[in-house]
Design a protein around this ligand. Sequence first.
Ligand SMILES: [Fe+2]
Length: 262
Amino acid sequence: MIDIHTHILPGIDDGATNIEDSLDLARAAVADGITALIATPHHADGRYTNHAAFVTEQVERLREELANHQIPLEVYAGQEIRVHSDMLDAWSANELATLAGSRYILLEMPSSSIPKRMLEYIHELTIMGIRPIIAHPERNAEVVKHPDKLKEMIEAGAFGQMTTHSLLGGFGKQIERKAWQLCRDGLIHIISSDAHHTVRRGFRLKEAYNRLKSEFGEGFVKTYIANAESIISNSEMIDCPSKSSSTRWLNWFKFTKSAQKG
Ligand SMILES: [Fe+2]
């Protein structure tokens, strides 16, 4: 399994505070069945600044530590970029990192609302060949009230990333309900942990996939897993699954089977 959103780098944001924390997170990731993850420290959120070159340097150091401690985990560089008005200038200045050097970037909206120019940013980034992924939309108050606004963003070229803890109730009942609704409605392409700390906020990726499998079926999980792999391999993601499309697929399968029998 691949986790595309984590705060594993030591001492540069509100995730791992030191290298011991990072190594604990890495061991927990391996125990959860994760083989590769992307380090996505906060960037430009008013609290933390972690430019692309700095993140790459930090990832190199962590790789060395992982090798020294014989922890079998691949780590790639990325960022969780707060949506801000200078984003396109920052891209031109090479301050922004894509996820694992791919065409995808991870964007974070403020938790209270959707930025006014959000659709415009998605459109401009898409024209530049960059594919924006919206981090945990289920935790944005405006998306919770108006899920259609997330649909508009996806239609404009963005992708949705759901957090394991939201699905598993870690952020309360309201977010849990909304998280399942967004998956059911086909507005989510990838599941990841947004892990910060082994105890306070770990991975729970396997647990989330197992719950999704029992609620919505294996096809959902396979798509989410394939999409996470597509980021690492810089290939196109498959359309997000939805309850209605999986029902259609099931009907098609039943029809084919009965046609074969008949
Ligand atoms: Fe995050």
